[in-house]
Write a new protein. Structure first.
Length: 239
């Protein structure tokens, strides 16, 4: 009877506890291999935490956490310390925010979803973050902080003016809506809308005729941008 009791009552509890431990472990594994370029253009390779907890080194700025290797001590790096960084497969550039931006910060990071002459930028807007109500077409992007280019110090070598994107540093809570922008750099970013989606995305992904065909025949649209990006990178990776 004791063994029957264990089977009926204890095994489900142990299973739940194991699942909770696995979820907790997954959440704690925030370190990704990557590198960053500091403001002098020096490349530093190691491990990066894109969304660290706690307060950043400088008030009003997004931040990341970095360490040289798994055994090294970590350090928090503020947005103004960096030109750009790469964590795993994702690349980010520093950008300035207007006061009405979504971010909790005045200086933060924007993710580069597609690199090219016209770039696609990805924004995870924090609902209610920074006192903003979201983004509307035609809004001014703020004062530029350079060219926003990718040379002279590696990826993101040159600070682009523009908006603050709540992707990088800590302190971001609540729901988030992914928005997409296009432009040669962050100073020229414009929102992708239902009206301009086909023309803009056809140009950004113009090197892949099969992808463009699916955009123009509306097999992909603004509502399934994530699937479009997955398909584009799948096709582009085979070239």
């Amino acid at each position: 009877m004791r063994y029957l009791y264990f089977d009926l009552y204890m095994r489900p509890i142990l299973t739940i506890l194991c699942l909770m431990l696995l979820v907790s472990a997954a959440k704690s594994q925030t370190w990704q291999p990557g590198y960053f370029y500091d403001v002098k253009g020096t490349k530093n390779t190691g491990l990066i935490s894109v969304n660290p907890r706690g307060k950043g080194p400088i008030k009003g700025e997004g931040f990341i956490e970095y360490k040289e290797d798994a055994k090294a001590e970590s350090m928090k790096l503020s947005a103004s310390d960096l030109r750009s960084f790469v964590a795993g497969r994702d690349s980010f550039i520093v950008a300035a925010a207007p006061r009405e931006g979504w971010s909790n910060y005045d200086l933060d990071f924007v993710k580069v979803a597609v690199d090219g002459p016209i770039r696609l930028f990805e924004v995870k807007g924090s609902a209610g973050g920074g006192g903003g109500s979201g983004f509307s077409p035609g809004i001014s992007m703020g004062t530029g902080l350079g060219t926003g280019g990718y040379g002279g110090g590696g990826f993101g070598g040159g600070l682009g003016g523009g908006i603050s994107i709540p992707i990088g540093g800590g302190g971001r809570r609540g729901s988030a809506k992914t928005l997409y922008f296009y432009g040669a750099n962050t100073a020229e970013m414009k929102l992708i809308t239902n009206e301009n989606f086909i023309d803009v995305m056809s140009e950004i992904m113009g090197d892949e005729p099969d992808v463009v065909e699916k955009i123009q025949t509306k097999k992909f649209g603004p509502g399934n941008m994530a699937k479009l990006l997955d398909y584009f990178h799948q096709v582009h990776g085979k070239d």
